[in-house]
Design a protein around this ligand. Structure first.
Ligand code: NAI
Length: 335
């Protein structure tokens, strides 16, 4: 199948080429997939998109118009795809439902350790010959309560790691994960917010979870709480988080994702003036740590994403079952 691959970087190009073994005819585009760039996919049966590609109604319609039949997402999340529009145009879509959940879970744990013990600040101090410890005081993780919002693949791994630190793990998820019996205790979200010293978000972005952490949720949290978001930026109302940082309600904030990250992340903007004043304000806090959506970025995860993406494309071509995006599966034909 001819596949137009968007938002490609050197690292995932080599992972995809190696998983492909010349099975499909891949065309690589560095540009993001949007309604404006969708025309580049003309002549291709499928497109392959990443998390900050904008697969809105307009883009999907344009893809259908130029003959694309399948959208292969090389991500677990599918909030950037207008599924209703894809279904209306008769397009199918696949995704990578699980790839090294350890990559994201371990990154979340890394953010907790860095924020708590201030590795990022200590690194700079020591390089400048400043060995003073003032301002670096942390706390023992053992004995603290960690709230995990979403205990699917990644949240479950994260819960086990935190239990291993000696933390009490509270979990909130409409679907309980039986494998976490003895590891996490399920409570409702308000109780989790009120009882946790550290809160980590591992649920998908949906209309229901948009701004799940808003001013009212932040108001329920313990003063000085640590909030970690490695899931999707819009789970957190950034303006409310900034207000909570200023008031001291939020004691630490670790973000691997950001509401408006599409215009920033994955690019080298070091020679440009950042136009996003909200993001720039976040960078001024000593107790905020931001990484640029790198939770997934391990060798194991890249290889696994590439392999599942190529096998999804092969399944689409041969009529077998791919890892379909819910609601955008092939229509069943009646005999
Ligand atoms: P998953 O689908 O295995 O688990 C998600 C869990 O969230 C499910 O158990 C679901 O029932 C639960 N959930 C849904 N609505 C909820 C709500 N309102 N409150 C609490 N829980 C709710 O997904 P997985 O693989 O664990 O990924 C989680 C999220 O991590 C993804 O949706 C994606 O946004 C993000 N992610 C981030 C990456 C990064 O590089 N930073 C990489 C991969 C995923």
């Amino acid at each position: 199948m001819r596949v137009a691959i968007f938002s490609i970087k050197r690292y995932d190009r080599s992972a995809l080429a190696s998983a492909n073994q010349a099975r499909h005819d891949l065309t690589f585009f560095e540009t993001r997939l949007t309604a404006d760039t969708a025309g580049l996919a003309a002549g291709h049966g499928a497109v392959c998109a990443f998390v900050n590609d904008v697969l809105d109604r307009e883009c999907v319609a344009r893809l259908a118009e130029v003959g694309v039949r399948h959208i292969a997402l090389r991500s677990a999340g599918f909030n950037h795809l207008d599924r209703a529009a894809a279904a209306e145009h008769g397009l199918t879509a696949s995704r990578v439902p699980a790839y090294s959940p350890h990559a994201v879970a371990e990154h979340a744990v890394g953010m907790i350790l860095a924020l708590n013990r201030q590795y990022h600040r200590a690194f700079n101090r020591v390089r400048e010959g400043n060995f003073a410890l003032d301002g670096l005081l942390g706390f023992d993780l053992a004995g603290k309560t960690v709230g995990v919002v979403g205990t699917g693949t990644i949240g479950a791994v994260f819960s086990r790691i935190m239990a291993g630190f000696g933390c009490t793990v509270l979990a909130s998820d409409p679907a309980w994960n039986d494998e976490l019996a003895g590891v996490a205790q399920y409570v409702d979200l308000p109780e989790l917010l009120e009882s946790s010293d550290i809160i980590s978000l591992h649920c998908p972005l949906t209309p229901e979870t948009h701004h799940l952490i808003d001013a009212s949720a932040l108001g329920r949290m313990r003063p000085g709480v640590m909030l970690i978001n490695t899931s999707r930026g819009a789970l957190v109302d950034t303006a409310a988080a900034i207000a909570a940082l200023k008031s001291g309600r939020l004691g630490y904030l670790g973000l691997d994702v950001y509401e408006e990250e599409a215009d920033l992340f994955f690019e080298d903007l070091s020679n440009q003036v950042i136009q996003d004043d909200v993001f720039s304000r976040l960078l001024t806090f000593p107790n905020v740590l931001i990484t640029g959506h790198q939770g997934f970025f391990t060798r194991e995860a890249l290889d696994s994403i590439a392999e599942t993406t190529i096998s999804n494309l092969t399944a689409v071509e041969t009529g077998e079952a791919a890892a379909w995006v819910p609601g955008v599966e092939p229509q069943k034909t009646t005999a």
